[in-house]
Write a protein that binds this ligand. Structure first.
Ligand SMILES: Cc1cc2nc3c(=O)[nH]c(=O)nc-3n(C[C@H](O)[C@H](O)[C@H](O)COP(=O)(O)OP(=O)(O)OC[C@H]3O[C@@H](n4cnc5c(N)ncnc54)[C@H](O)[C@@H]3O)c2cc1C
Ligand code: FES
Length: 287
C-alpha cells in the first residue's frame, strides 16, 4: 500500500483549488452586520470582470463565495463586502488590518458590460441588500468609461436606512451627469424622507427606453423574480435582463456538484445569467 506521502500530489502552480494568502489592508464597517475588507493583492492581482466572485478562506472556519466589490481598474486592491450570517462570514468580519485570508479566484461569469459598451445603451441596475456589492464594480466601470455608455439608473432597496451599503458613494454617484439613483427601504426610521416599499415600486419612478436598456439585478431571489416580471411589464425583453444567482458552493470550479441544477453549474456557468436562461431555476430551492 502506498504511503500518504507517495499518494499526495504536489500543488501545481495555477491550481484552481490553491488559495493565495492576502493581508487585510483595511476593514470598513458598512452596517451593523456588514463590512468591506480591502486586501493588498499587489503581487498577484489577477484581472477580474464585474460580477465575478472569489472563494475566501478563513483559517479554522472554512471557505465561502464572495463577490468582488471593488474596481476592476485597481486589481492590486482586492475588495470584498461581507455580511456576517454564519460560521465563516461572521468571524471573517472580525478580521483586522494585517490579518491573513486565503483567496482563490476570480471565478464565474460577468455582467454584460462589454456588450453594453459596444452599443452605448442605457443601464438599469437593480440591487437589494448585499446585492449592491457585485453591482458596484459595474458602477465604477461605467463612471470610469463614461462616454461608452448611455444613462445609468441605479435602483437600490434595503430593509432599513441603516442597512444601506456605500451610503457616501450612493450620494456621490447621483451627482454624475446621466446618473439616476433611487433608494427605497422596507421600513423607514427617524430621519428617512425617502420612499418606503419594495424595489419594483421604483421601476415606475424612472424613465427609460426598454429597447435601448440592459438591466442587471442582484439581491434576494424573490426580489429578482419580481424585478424580472416588472421589467417584462415595462417592455424590456428577457434577453436584455441579467441576474446574479447565489447558491451554496464548495469547489467553485464545476467539480463537486454542490451548485448544480440540472445541466447548469451556478459556479462556472453563472453566477450571472441572462434571465430567459435562468427562468426555470428561479425559485428552485437549494438541495
Ligand atoms: C456567487 C456568490 C457570491 C456571493 N457574494 C457575496 C457577497 O458579496 N457578500 C456576502 O456577504 N455574501 C455573498 N454570498 C453569500 C455567501 O457565500 C454566504 O453568505 C456564505 O456562504 C455563508 O457562509 P457561512 O459559513 O458564514 O454561513 P453558514 O454557517 O453556512 O450559514 C448560512 C445560513 O444558515 C443560517 N445558519 C447558520 N447557522 C445556523 C444554525 N446553527 N441554525 C440555523 N441556521 C443557521 C444563517 O443564518 C445563514 O442564513 C455569495 C454567494 C455566492 C454563491
Ligand atoms: S461549487 Fe462545486 S460544482 Fe459548483
Amino acid at each position: 500500500m502506498a504511503s500518504g506521502s507517495e499518494t499526495s500530489q504536489p500543488i501545481q502552480a495555477g491550481d484552481p483549488m490553491m488559495p493565495r494568502f492576502l493581508r487585510v489592508r483595511r476593514a470598513l464597517k458598512e452596517t451593523h452586520d456588514t463590512s468591506t475588507l480591502e486586501f493588498d493583492d499587489s503581487n498577484a492581482a489577477p484581472h477580474f470582470a464585474p460580477g465575478q466572485f472569489n472563494m475566501l478562506y478563513l483559517f479554522g472556519a472554512g471557505e465561502v463565495a464572495i463577490s468582488i466589490s471593488g474596481s476592476p481598474a485597481r486589481p492590486e486592491t482586492l475588495v470584498h463586502t461581507i455580511r456576517g450570517v454564519g460560521s465563516v462570514t461572521a468571524p471573517m468580519l472580525r478580521s483586522r488590518r494585517g490579518d491573513v485570508v486565503g483567496v482563490r479566484g476570480p471565478y464565474g461569469s460577468a455582467w454584460p458590460l462589454e456588450e453594453a459598451a459596444r452599443t452605448g445603451c442605457d443601464l438599469l441596475l437593480l440591487a437589494g441588500g448585499i446585492g449592491l456589492a457585485p453591482i458596484r464594480p459595474v458602477v465604477y466601470e461605467v463612471l470610469r468609461r463614461r462616454r461608452k455608455f448611455g444613462n445609468l439608473i441605479i435602483l437600490y432597496g434595503a430593509r432599513t436606512p441603516a442597512d444601506m451599503l456605500y451610503r457616501k458613494e450612493l450620494a456621490q454617484w447621483r451627482t454624475h451627469p446621466g446618473v439616476t439613483v433611487k433608494l427605497i427601504v422596507d421600513r423607514a426610521a427617524a430621519g428617512w424622507s425617502g420612499r418606503v416599499g419594495v424595489i419594483t415600486d421604483l421601476l415606475g419612478a424612472v424613465q427609460f427606453d426598454p429597447a435601448e436598456t440592459i438591466a442587471m439585478a442582484c439581491g434576494p431571489e424573490v426580489m429578482m423574480r419580481f424585478s424580472y416580471h416588472g421589467l417584462l411589464r415595462r417592455g424590456v425583453a428577457a434577453e436584455r435582463v441579467y441576474m446574479s444567482m447565489e447558491r451554496n458552493m464548495k469547489c467553485a470550479v464545476g467539480f463537486c456538484g454542490h451548485c448544480q441544477f440540472s445541466p447548469v453549474f451556478i459556479c462556472k456557468d453563472g453566477p450571472v445569467f441572462r434571465a430567459d436562461r435562468l427562468e426555470p431555476l428561479l425559485g428552485v430551492r437549494e438541495l
